[in-house]
Design a protein around this ligand. Structure first.
Ligand code: ZN
Length: 110
């Protein structure tokens, strides 16, 4: 294994974009987690298992909602906004399902 060169300290993209709990802000870019980089990393990590990604994000949403409502019990985040933030971005694109439906119908007619 190679040691990290001193110059690598200037490349922030090498640090993982993980959530800072209980605020649920990115530890690198300080934006609401999952930030765009974290979403990209999650899509790559779960590229072969969309269901596992959804289950993981459901767990994260549950934990984040508990943390954020504990921090702001009277002015907590909007549930719909939380859902979109943690799960909505990972939903499969609807437009892509029509092609798959045609393919399965064609395969079933034979
Ligand atoms: Zn980030």
């Amino acid at each position: 294994m190679t040691r990290t060169a001193p110059e690598d300290r200037t490349t922030p993209q090498r640090r993982p974009h993980l959530p800072l709990r209980p605020l649920w802000l990115c530890r690198v870019c300080a934006g609401p987690w999952p930030c765009p980089v974290a979403r990209l990393n999650l899509r790559q990590e779960y590229a072969d298992d969309q269901i596992a990604l959804s289950i993981y994000l459901c767990t994260v949403l549950h934990d984040a909602a508990a943390d954020l409502y504990r921090l702001n019990p009277h002015d907590g985040p909007d549930p719909a906004a939380l859902f979109i933030r943690f799960l909505g971005w990972a939903a499969p694109v609807r437009g892509g399902s029509s092609g798959a439906g045609q393919a399965s119908r064609r395969a079933g007619s034979r």
